[in-house]
Design a protein around this ligand. Structure first.
Ligand SMILES: *[C@@H]1O[C@H](CO)[C@@H](O)[C@H](O)[C@H]1NC(C)=O
Ligand SMILES: *[C@@H]1O[C@H](CO)[C@@H](O)[C@H](O)[C@H]1NC(C)=O
Length: 173
């Protein structure tokens, strides 16, 4: 009995690991409640976070005020806002969602001197690791209640951003 119970326990652990491994992608709210704006240190925000392939970066910003522009390292280092971007989002959008691929990605805002005012983010993305990540500040994408949990998490970030001023329009989204 004891040994079959152990086998069953081992099987349950293995099944749990498999389920966790297939549900590892995470959503990261860039800047947390402050969103994507000037005056935030995104190097400090990214510090200690472990980004993996197919994780999502969610940039929330004030409509028509900012861009989310992926650039080369040299354009990032120099805040070269008129260089050739790798990709560019912004305009009337309220948020931009970017699925990450392995490697280092550099994002800046191309508006005015916003990049020099802090709107630059570098993330290094690895392939998924075996052990689950412990990152309490971001929720696994497939939390038990699924989409409503994610919406709720987004709503929390939006409400917090609105409370901080600046991004009040997001509350209507
Ligand atoms: C931003 O944070 C990083 C990491 O904590 C730090 O090294 C850097 O000096 C900060 N930059 C500014 C402009 O405060
Ligand atoms: C990322 O997602 C794509 C498309 O859904 C999938 O083909 C790929 O295997 C995923 N990569 C990783 C590392 O999970």
């Amino acid at each position: 009995m004891a040994s079959s119970a152990s086998v069953l326990a081992a099987m349950l652990v293995a099944a749990g690991c498999a389920a966790a491994a297939s549900a590892m992608e995470m959503d990261f709210y860039v800047g947390d409640a402050q969103g994507w704006t000037t005056g935030v240190n995104y190097t400090a925000w990214a510090k200690g976070k472990q980004f993996e392939a197919n994780d999502t970066l969610l940039f929330f910003y004030a409509r028509n005020q900012h861009t989310v522009t992926e650039v080369t390292k040299s354009d990032y280092d120099a805040c070269a806002v008129s260089g050739n971007p790798i990709s560019n989002f912004g305009g009337g959008a309220l948020f931009t969602s970017i699925a990450l691929s392995p490697g280092t990605h550099y994002f800046i805002c191309r508006v005015g001197n916003h990049c020099a005012s802090g709107m630059k983010l570098a993330v290094t993305v690895s392939n998924p690791s075996d052990p689950p990540r412990a990152q309490p500040w971001s929720r696994p994408r497939s939390a038990p209640t699924g989409a409503s949990t994610r919406l709720h998490a987004g709503g929390g970030a939006v409400a917090a951003a609105a409370a901080g001023g600046g991004l009040v329009k997001l509350a209507l989204w």
